[in-house]
Design a protein. Sequence first.
Length: 344
Amino acid sequence: MTGPVLEISRSAFRRNISAVQRRLAPSELLLVMKDDAYGLGIDWSVPEAAAAGVTWFGGYDIATALRIRALTDQRVYAWATSPRAEIAEAIASDIDLGVGSAAYLDDVIVEAGRAGARVRVHLKIDTGLHRNGFRPEQWREAVMTALAAERSGTVAVAGVWSHLAEASDAEDDTAQHVFLDAVAQLVDAGGSPEVLHLTASAAAWWRPELRGSLSRIGAFCYGIRSADGPPLDGLSLIARLTAPVEQVDADAVRVGIGAFHGLPSILRGAEIATPGGTRPVLRIDGASMTVASWEGAEVGQRVVLFGPGSAGEPDATALAERVDTVGEEIITRLTPAVRRVVID
């Protein structure tokens, strides 16, 4: 292999999905695939996940949901507020839509009417994160509008959803109370939601009492743990990033990966795995980085920047923690100059 390579393991992905499904049961997994499946590739991972029993997929935006729809006939969900042209495409492709504002709800109803179709919507109640969603004082009016559209045949209120802030257990408990009150109001008004999903990955993993009938899980399914979070039982990172040694000097080794490949230049000091054990990164340049040397270093050897940990390398989140970000950013910022190879 020449140049940097991101090796992605199908078998690790399948194992992770099975572990997540067991952990969540009886809540059903909705596999989130934003940012091209966290930079790991939708084209291979959708069929793999469907074969592993995943029946719900989340694309965040409609463009991603349409890519998923082309690969599976399972339920596909998009929750980003989108323009009417995209709404029309989603309706034509039988995409479930998350709706968190009156204006967006109106657009969805109008486009469903134009298409002569019934679109499944999931109403979002803002439980405190303030990331879109109907405020509690707006909820009753949203429910009335959606149920009127349901009676007219343009909408099916398929779900209620929200997102937890995960700032503290107490705040998440309060959010759950707001959520359950919103569900009760919908049911009292005549609604019958198919699924309820109050979710954030870590909360769903560690606090089963917060799970709804559906749990949206993204990074964990790919083995990306939370920043500052503990290892996840039964899960491992499904990707390994390697790069070749290009030059060996007395005290340092030049490796063929750098900022142009998406590696944050501020990762100086991070430990990576080499054939001689872990070594610190001394400098990151455009197309290369410099690493402390090791005995027996040779041109053509490969170092491991991150991976599942079987070779002593850090995981992506360990690198992310050094620069105060999250593991998925380390992976998703890798450029097309890093070759992706899907292995068994």
